[in-house]
Design a protein around this ligand. Sequence first.
Ligand code: GLN
Length: 331
Amino acid sequence: MIAGMEQVAQRACTGALPGWDQVDLLVAEAYEYARRSTDGAVADYIPILAQADPELFGVAVAEVDGGRHGVGDVGTEFSLQSISKAFVYALVCQALGHDAVRERIGVDNTGLAFDSVIAIELNAGHPMNPMVNAGAIATTALLPGGSPGAKWEAARAGLSAFAGRPLELDDDVYRSEAATNQRNRAIARLLESYGRIEVDPLAAVDVYTRQCALRVTAADLAVMGATLADGGVNPVTGERVVSATVCRDTLAVLAANGLYQRSGEWLFDIGLPGKSGVAGGIVAVSPGKAGIGTFSPRLDPAGNSVRGKLATAHLSRALGLNIFASAPWRR
Ligand code: GLN
């Protein structure tokens, strides 16, 4: 933080979406636009993910006033995967505060793949980026709770509050990943060797693997995103999940890191904070306005859903959501 900046009152990003009917129309348009693409491939490094139907596709929007929209497979469940990193990060920021999380985890893009080990070595063990595996496992280790079971409960309860309904563990996904996640265990051990993880590293990986295996729908993702868009209050349940400051900090981290090493490209094309997961989900957040949730399992080489990116790009443009887009004041 620039010294003294917290003294300056933070004004909210404002503006409104067009009316409900117009948004509904544009969600349908974005769905049709993105559906034409059959590019990309379903993830298979976690064996069970390879079984996903590549044709599934859903686009959902949740507005901060509680308005909901959805087209396609918006009620189909899939595993949260890396999208959990965004919301667990918010929960940990809420528990520890801005400065402590910044010091311990960092906020910068590693520029390397989500499961990179080299990134840890290059940064002398500092995890740096909470949206890739090393930083995310270190973040999970900071969840409130004195035992792995309590941390898991904190993650599950917190993520459920974001979604506005109790999220369940997909046991098959959890077991498939737990049996094949040697790389994540190695990452946690490496963090331990640098003194960057203060709990049992393998227990932290286990909680992380569980949070990734929580089942959500595209409609859930939209509500989870809308909670970050709404200063931390879930617009459907009315529950305050995190503070407005935590939302601001989380969205900044998502803007810089949410789409792995393709985060710059995503920001350039779409101009919104977002987070993707390898099961094919993407959440995007338009601060003060809405959350967008998409699901389509075919991924680009970095692990981001191809149709999800296309649909979100369409909505960002058509709804005027790009946070960098302006028009001259004197027309
Ligand atoms: N659970 C997955 C992993 O750790 C999540 C990765 C992702 O969605 N990119 O490998």
